[in-house]
Design a protein around this ligand. Structure first.
Ligand SMILES: NC(=O)c1ccc[n+]([C@@H]2O[C@H](COP(=O)([O-])OP(=O)(O)OC[C@H]3O[C@@H](n4cnc5c(N)ncnc54)[C@H](OP(=O)(O)O)[C@@H]3O)[C@@H](O)[C@H]2O)c1
Length: 329
């Protein structure tokens, strides 16, 4: 295979300014691999955590990114489930999605059905697979439940609100500022609270006649963790799935006893999608929900390939809503 790929790399941890654009030779896929000509690349919070050094990097220079979509450009020997031209997407570790072309094991790639926009799949699969396990495994959401979704105008947050509402649950959302309320409501939240308001926990409890919610989906972390616990009813479940506001402070497990036999889980998408079978089945569920209109496939915000620094800065500064990514075209 001749030609080159453009990649975004970094040589040491740091701010968005450490991202560098480089050209690398394009290799041919080996046995069991596919070469993907990428269309859209997801920009996720985990990318910021890798770039900043919060999550360690094995060696430098390093690429970045865990998800993308595109078309299969070539297949290696023995690959029978994909053909040249197929529409595909992936989430994958080790990192390396910030590139125009990517070689991956075919077993870690999923087909994107006709009708599901490729750009949406490329920047949403990670977040939608997260919502998928949160509403099915971390806390199986049903019509009898009241659930709280933090950052409900954000990427995972909007998908969670859409999915939980479809399940018949009553969904209370939080957002960081008033201008995000309309988006959270459009995603299905029945009530929306402003998380910077010191009275939001009391307001949430008042909305549930003082009982609290059955589950909190907390992708914020930091000081929000303790407030999330206070919003739960006895036997409630806190799914702490992200920490952009910082690590969870040291915690005495006896607090769970005192607050009413509460449950906490700190889940990872990679546990739920470890095998090819699980990844394909859960991705098929996500795409089925998209085709059914449960998950909205609005055109996502795509930054240019050369605007990765801006995308990182905007995500970290809470200036984005919904899922965002880079165009690889
Ligand atoms: N565990 C897993 O399997 C898994 C998988 C995928 C994603 N995640 C996590 O899910 C979370 C959401 O990811 P996303 O890509 O959809 O991001 P996002 O929700 O679109 O963006 C993060 C949002 O968090 C809120 N936030 C509150 N405090 C913040 C702070 N100090 N700094 C930055 N943001 C803050 C902001 O919303 P408001 O302004 O409305 O508060 C911000 O828009 C992230 O924590 C990510 O790491 C976890």
């Amino acid at each position: 295979m001749s030609g080159t790929a453009r990649t975004i790399e970094f040589d040491q941890p740091g701010g968005p300014e450490v991202l560098q654009w480089r050209t690398r030779p394009l290799a041919a896929p080996q046995a069991g691999e596919v070469l993907i000509e990428q269309s859209a690349i997801g920009v996720n919070y985990i990318d910021i955590q890798h770039r900043s050094g919060r999550y360690p990097i094995a060696s430098f220079p390093s690429s970045l990114g865990i998800e993308a979509s595109g078309h299969v450009l070539a297949v290696g020997d023995g690959v029978s489930d994909f053909r040249v031209g197929d529409r595909v997407a992936y989430i994958h570790l080790p990192i390396g999605a910030y590139t125009t072309h990517r070689i991956l094991p075919a077993a870690r790639v999923v087909p994107v059905p006709e009708g599901v926009p490729l750009d949406w799949a490329g920047v949403t699969l990670n977040r939608a697979l997260t919502a998928q396990y949160l509403v099915n495994d971390s806390f199986p959401v049903g019509p009898a439940h009241v659930v709280l979704v933090h950052a409900a105008a954000g990427g995972v947050g909007q998908l969670l609100a859409q999915w939980a509402t479809h399940r018949g649950a009553r969904v209370i959302g939080t957002v960081g500022s008033a201008e995000k309320i309309a988006l959270a409501r459009a995603a299905g939240c029945h009530e929306v609270l402003i998380s910077s308001d010191p009275g939001w926990v009391a307001a949430c409890r008042a909305l549930t006649a003082g009982e609290g919610v059955h589950a909190v989906f907390d992708g914020i972390g930091g000081a929000m963790f303790e407030q999330s616990l206070l919003a739960l009813r006895p036997n409630g479940v806190l799914a702490s799935y992200g920490t952009p506001a910082g690590p969870i402070p040291p915690f005495d497990i006896f607090r769970l006893n005192q607050l009413g036999s509460l449950h906490i889980t700190s889940p990872s998408i990679f546990t739920f999608n470890k095998t090819t079978e699980a990844l394909r089945a859960r991705s098929a569920d996500v795409f089925a929900q998209a085709l059914a209109g449960v998950l909205r496939t609005d055109t996502p915000r795509l930054y240019g390939f050369d605007q990765a620094r801006e995308a990182h800065a905007d995500l970290a500064a809470r200036r984005t809503t919904g899922s965002i990514g880079l165009s690889a075209r």
